[in-house]
Design a protein around this ligand. Sequence first.
Ligand code: SF4
Ligand code: SF4
Ligand code: FES
Length: 296
Amino acid sequence: MASGERWVVLRVRRYSPEERRAWVQEYRVPLRRGMTVLDALLYVKQRLDPSLVFRYSCRMGACGSCGVLVNGEPRLACQTQLASVAGDSGVVEVGPLPGYPVVRDLVVDMTRLFENHRRAKPYIIRRQPREVEEAPREFLMTPRQLLEIYQFSLCIMCGLCNAACPVYHSNPRYLGPQALAQAYRFTVDVRDEAPEERLALAASPDGCFGCHFAASCSAACPKAVDPASAIQRLRSIALRASLGLWRKKTSPVAPPLEKPLRRVEASYPTENLVEGADPEEEAKKPVLLDIDPEEL
Ligand code: SF4
Ligand code: SF4
Ligand code: FES
């Protein structure tokens, strides 16, 4: 280790289900440029203590699995620079996300989040299910209609918003900001034709009327989804719908193409092939490009 290198003390809250014991353990980690909290946890796991348990996958803020409490705030470990949270003290406290049962160390049970997400019916429902199942053509949507749902479609189900929500902690039946934001996202999606069940859920005591609108969920969200805003909008829609003042806009299925798609030959990329793939064989396969021949 080079002299003058800075060290950080990771103070990790741990839990052993076998011993039914919770304790805090400290680890000294060298602070390297660009190091994230996840990198620090991996350093501990690989060099100091293989028994430390935490969850991660993508290391790039996409999978949503590395949520932990860092210095009292819910954060993605892979998106949190260690230097930015170490401060002058050089101590960083890491614990499991609150609001979820702890399985072991930093791993929590997210069953409630997934069940509530499922209750919100986070998928397109059409009155004619075959339109989705067989998908003969796409559903029409204007760029503006896409923008209305885009921000809320960025949710990676990391659960940080629920961890930041005091109502989610105190009311075990509350759906939580993650599920309510998704209920809103599909309620206003013009491709969907069945908002009634979601609105009934939203208007229930477990839904958006339980929200206190302090917006700590939105402050915690690493993808700028802003679930608090989604809940306010959902509440407004639920109220107007109960008075018969809201009707859902829906989009039709796209008409048949005026010009049929044309099969075009294109060279197959020879770089970055899956290991074992034969470039010669892959190059013989035609690639169907869905583009207007006028643009070729
Ligand atoms: S705004 Fe509502 S959902 Fe978000 S943290 Fe506050 S109470 Fe929870
Ligand atoms: S709304 Fe944001 S904080 Fe909540 S689960 Fe989705 S991405 Fe995570
Ligand atoms: S490891 Fe996937 S979001 Fe952090």
